[in-house]
Design a protein around this ligand. Sequence first.
Ligand code: GDD
Ligand code: MN
Length: 373
Amino acid sequence: MDMRAESAAAAMATELTVVVPTFNERENVPLLVERLDRALAGIAWEVIFVDDDSPDGTADAVRDLARRDPRVRGIERIGRRGLSSATVEGVLASSSPYFAVMDADLQHDDERLPDMLARIKAEHLDIVVGSRHIEGGTLEGLNRQRQAISRLAGKAGRLVIKADLSDPMSGYFLMDRRVFDETVHNLSLQGFKILLDLFASAPRPLRFAEVACRFLPRQHGQSKLDSMAAWEFGMLILDKLIGRYVPVRFVVFAFVGGTGLAVHLVTLYLLSFAGVGFAAAQTVAVIAAMTWNFFLNNLITYRDRRLRGFALVRGLLTFYAICAVGAVANIGVAEIVYSDRGILWLAGIAGAAIGVVWNFAVSNYLTWRRRTG
Ligand code: GDD
Ligand code: MN
């Protein structure tokens, strides 16, 4: 390419990529593009929609627009869900020096984008965050309950990041691509909270600014922030707090095991009290505890891989089998430690530790096997 052609091409290169994760946002897509066109006049921009095979045909709506407007691009992912991972893949598919992330549903105030871009450049920042919690920002798009949850989640979020962000739950921000590249390998990628993940995973404290944003009510479609999103958020916080030392899932599993022990003892006492012989009472108590553990793990620990229907029965049976072997290992190890050291509590703890590690490792693999596809 000669130099003139090269500099002409460089002049056309996009400066800002707007990454928009979508799930069932068909009606919002054309409206958002129209709004971006107005808000970003004079800036070389593009938008990348990352759609998780929405049943409403959002990806088709994106392709329709893309055929007419080269600034519109789409990525469609099949068999996967997740706001964070969709966002990250959108950024990875772009090469602009700056990218912004926003909802498709027109809840984020697109008119702030030029300001955000001007600020990141003028102040040499890593990221500019749209905040609903500083002077001028609003939360009118959330009902009272969601507002309270959002504030609480913000507090939890600030536990795991070093920055004093007023709105770590924001889904609206603009970032320097180079900083993203330094961070992307450390991201948890779980769930909803990509901004929090970026701050928590960056190799150094991010230089940031906040701009006040209105958070408007949704016009079309529904929010996808449900109890699953809340669960993923909790796991993300735990992962950032303790994930470096132990897997979060193991901690939750062990906690569930602790409640199972309580179930065991209560059952044992109640049955003995009712006159049932020890061996029978102990057997029933063991089964009660295993069953309790299975269902609680299925509800909480493996919320994201929850078994239902026939898989639930199959899962329960494998779980019984695994725990039976775990119990044998537990007793075996406890005996060895006891005969070696003669310390009762040490033997008990050693046995229980082996039991819980075994149960976790094997049930993680057999009972709640990750479905690949
Ligand atoms: N690709 C993909 N996959 N996109 C998704 C998924 C998914 O699994 N789930 C949601 N989205 C898209 C939605 O289509 C929307 O464009 C955007 O991600 C945000 O989802 P909403 O359903 O609109 O979330 P919200 O408005 O309830 O939550 C907003 O406020 C939260 C703070 O209270 C978002 O801005 C969040 O990012 C923010 O944390
Ligand atoms: Mn939204």
